[in-house]
Every structure is written in C-alpha cells, then in structure tokens.
Design a protein around this ligand. Sequence first.
Ligand code: PLP
Length: 295
Amino acid sequence: MSLPYTLLIDPLAADDATSATAGTFREIDASAPALRVGELSTQRGDGIFETIAVVDGHVQESEPHLARLVRSAEICDLPVPNLRQWRAAIAFAREQVPVEGELAMKLVLSRGVEHGPAPTAWLSVNAASDSTDARTKGIRVVTLDRGYDHGVAERAPWLLLGAKTLSYAVNMAALREAHRRGADDTIFVTSDGYVMEGPTSSVIARIDGVFVTPKPSGSILAGTTQASLFEHIREHDFPVAERDITVEELRRADAVWLVSSVRLAAPVVELDGAPLALDAEANAAFTRYLQSPRD
Ligand code: PLP
C-alpha cells in the first residue's frame, strides 16, 4: 500500500442510524482524478476539514477532532457529519496504513458539486513532514496583524473564523510573509493588540508561571492539541488559564509554544527578532505526552 492512502466517502445523513456503513466509502487511487470540475471545495474553498495525527498506528484524539468537524459543519451550514460513518472510515483507513512512524490523516467534507445534490467527502492519510527540528530547536516567529479587532466574531459570524474551513489561502499567505521576514511561522494578532493563533496552530504561553492560551472567542479555532495539553498540565498541578493575552504580555512570556495536531509543540525561540527562552524540560515533557497514545 502506498501513501497517500485515500477513501472516497458517500456522506450519510447525520441521523441515519439504520444503514450499514460498509460500502459507503471506497478506496481510490490518490494519483487518479476523483473530483468533478464543479466541486465547490476546489472552486470556492467551501468545505471543512480536520487533520489528525496517527502515531505508531494510533489515531490521536479522533473524538475531539470529530466533535470539531461537527461544530465546523454547524457554523458553515453544511450537512452535519454522520459520526458512525466517519468513525468506521477512520478505523478502516487505520488498518491499511503503516503502523510505525507519524502520519497525518485528513478528513474533508465539502458542500459538493455546484447545484447539488450531495456533499462530497474523503479521507486521506499521508506521511507527516519531519518536525524534529521545530520540536527540539524551536522556531522563529513574527506577529502579523489579522486585520480584525478582538470583538469581530460576535459582530461578523459569517467570517467563519471559529470553523476549520478549507479556505486557507490567507493562512498560507501569512506563512509566506513570515518567511519573507526571515521567520519560520507567524502569530496572528488583532488590530487592537491581542494574541489570536498561528495560521495552522494554537498559541500557548507561560506568563508569570501560568500556562495561558487565548480564550476561545469564536474568532480563533478551538485547538484540540491545546485542550489536550492543558488537561495534561492541569493533572500535573500547574496552573492554566484561557484568557485574553495582549501582544505586550506575549513579549515578556517565560516561554511560548505553537501547538497543533501533527507538528505537536514547537517552542518559539525568537519573537519579532527578540530571543525567547526555550524551557527544554517542559518542551520534552510536552512532546513525550503528545506522542503517547491519546484518546
Ligand atoms: N488554529 C488554526 C488556524 C489551525 O489551522 C490549527 C490546526 O491546523 C490549529 C489552530 C490547531 O488545531 P489542532 O491542535 O486541533 O490541530
């Protein structure tokens, strides 16, 4: 079996408890054409996705990812995913892919072909890019203005900022801008000076001994890795808080990480050109935990 491994899925209605899920998805050749020209995911980025890590054969935290897929569908007025079907597809794919190493499993649900009638869905598994350097040596980050102030989600919910939509052109443009500025990644900040998230990650900072992350406000994606890591940190009796964080506070943090499902925890060693400390002990503990089998 070669990667990417891909299943094309015939989405069942969310409340379809009767149909057997077998036969509602099928393996396809990832190098052969599979989508129609009228597909709205490619024409408009009109769809949602999840990326889940598979570590040594274990699909990490599939339920929080599925819960977020449902939330994204609701925000985007997409048909709510049938979780029984997605669980079956995930389990089926897991059996087909290598049981060693780190992989990325992507779930995609699009609005489908223009003028309907049905949504399109697929699942693909690929090798994860090597994140060893980012995890151990750290990353240089610049802050970039997201162009919205920090009350934007309540005022303009149609921006879909809290959903994991396929429209990542802005996120990728921000990454290119970070590279142009000599950095590896970026942290988006609001126009009124609050920390948001990375283009593909959540922000965790340790400020005055407390692990903090921006409050999930609907203007950023609620990160599964951040939530999992906070639970782990709490279990080890360290204080955590979800709250508004100003850029000034971030600059004086003891340590900062960008966290996400596949790259895991990447310590920030430089912020807008100023060095930041890398807490090697906490960093190694984060990677150890995030690489352990998690449900
Ligand atoms: N924020 C954005 C915009 C993202 O794209 C991602 C992941 O890709 C995250 C946060 C982190 O989410 P997770 O930890 O669930 O991967």
